[in-house]
Design a protein around this ligand. Sequence first.
Ligand SMILES: Cc1cc2nc3c(=O)[nH]c(=O)nc-3n(C[C@H](O)[C@H](O)[C@H](O)COP(=O)(O)OP(=O)(O)OC[C@H]3O[C@@H](n4cnc5c(N)ncnc54)[C@H](O)[C@@H]3O)c2cc1C
Length: 627
Amino acid sequence: MFCLKTVPAPKWVNAEILLKRLSYNRRLRSTVTSSSTTRPEKTDHDRNRSGAQRASARLQSPGKSGRAGRDRTNSSSAANEISVDFEQSQEAYRSKDSLELLRSLVVFKLCSYDFLVDKNEEIMNLGKKILGQKVFDQLMKMTFYGQFVAGEDHISIKPLIQKNQAFGVGSVLDYSVEEDISQKEETQKESSSVSTGGKGSIGEGYIEKNYEAGKQLGGSQREVIGTCTYIYADEAKCDQHMETFMKCIKASGGSSIDGFSAIKMTALGRPQLLLWFSEVLVKWQRFFTFLSSQQDGMEALDQRLELTQLQELMIKLGAKGDFHGWFTRKKGESAGCIDILDWNSLIDDRVNTSDLLLVPNVKLDKLEPLLKNLTIEDENQLKRTLERLDVLAKCALENGVRLMVDAEQTYFQPAISKLTLDTQKIYNREKPVVFNTYQCYLKEAYKNVTMDVELSRREGWCFAAKLVRGAYMYQEQERAKEFQYEDPINPNYESTSTMYHRCLHYVLDEIALNRKANVMVASHNEDTIKYTLKRMNELGLLPAENKVFFGQLLGMCDQISFPLGQAGFPVYKYVPYGPVSEVMPYLSRRAQENRGFMKGAQKERELLWKELKRRLVSGELLYRPVY
Ligand SMILES: Cc1cc2nc3c(=O)[nH]c(=O)nc-3n(C[C@H](O)[C@H](O)[C@H](O)COP(=O)(O)OP(=O)(O)OC[C@H]3O[C@@H](n4cnc5c(N)ncnc54)[C@H](O)[C@@H]3O)c2cc1C
């Protein structure tokens, strides 16, 4: 029999260890949290709201009778239900002069030509050769760059931020410079020093193939660049990125009192290590599913594992230790079973990258290392990635800015999300400072969202999320096909939309229940925005509460952002900035990513035409926005 007090920590839980998450870092964080500043009560949105609400919002009569009682978290709010009219071209473009409208029309039209989008890199290179860099840059500023990018640096973007703010739209500053392709050689030095465990181990199949595919960063950098993942050069470069993000955060703080700043985790450390950590996390979860396999088909959060059963299983697999006792020590003597969050907490608390986690190899029927050891240098690099994130969260807190961690490819995302959650645990104690991102094109999106909401409830921090459909679909699908693992993306657009609305529904319910959570609905999809407004009305969530934010990209869907802002909803534009030549690669890929959207930009083009014609007829062609 195993006895808690006499038996040393089990070897597999040498995992005790896995990824010892810098205890000193935790201490540092707790100091930061205790000295946190409180966000000003009154926000820029509040200030803009009263005047703006007159514009396109209209107050409706109290809600219909037959609503479910649970939808009525605030009965008095029903009288203030607000709907927004997205057909109002005059209101949508009030912040734009006629030249800007014309530019939007030209750019959207150009983006609808497949050959221009497909060959945009070649066309741009040719353009540069023929026109010369200076003239080419100027041309770009008058067209694509001018449409989608705010300016070269955090100073030159200020007028645009202020103008949008004056019309009720905030900014998520997003420094969007990609690494130069010439760094390819440097990156190829990157070796796959981090390797997987043997064949047959838990998670073999999808996981290993996916991560093996991801490991070939050196060989497949074009894809990685193509979706705007930073390329690792060295630690100094990561420090430089961190400094840039800090400037961006300070600029956000300086330009508004309720700003956001976006970061990409792959800029903060070696992607190989994010890949490695992702693999560990996914295998670790699969191990739980394996152990509780009799409950197949259940929602992840409903799966339970009896501790006595765990003990027996582990002994059968040849492990020695007091597994039962390990969990009861954490949960209290009475705990008889654990769920996935208890299981995951093992990785939280017992983190030391230099040791090994053991999982069963089902084929060989024995335990074996989950992954091979990391070198000391690997470990230090992983620690530094966490430290950089910590510095940024602290900087955001001090500057009254919220930090938005973007979601990236599936083979990095578990690690990105986990590091973000651990940071939220520290910084989101009193208010949401750090926002995670959930990609609803993933089959696992709902599971991820519900698990993280539940984690935030148990640990008592404010859940904060940006919900997106996902930007890496084509890359993910091609990769899955190439490396023959299950496609992580939902089978079609409709299932992605259903997933989005399911996740959103869940988070909105959470907000209605405890008002601690925040969400940003980051979408250009009018139906999704309308769905959110409807749900907010049903739940009595008022725009002025600043719990539900909306996000669109700069230069897109102004007919959604501005009416929302003028109706008093907290809405933000993702505002990319950076020097022309360095932002262009990012922009050209954005056009490709958004090809579907661009084709569907027909409505936006119609509204632009309508407004231009109205100005022409009414003699307002020289209209200049006043603010
Ligand atoms: C403010 C903001 C922040 C963003 N941040 C991120 C981020 O951090 N990470 C990230 O990955 N993306 C991010 N995006 C991009 C986002 O994921 C989408 O690519 C983009 O917004 C288009 O989705 P939509 O809801 O706006 O429009 P829609 O046109 O309604 O949806 C298009 C999206 O649906 C999905 N889709 C399309 N066809 C299919 C299909 N056949 N099967 C399954 N799914 C399909 C894809 O995700 C596609 O991008 C962000 C977008 C915004 C507006």
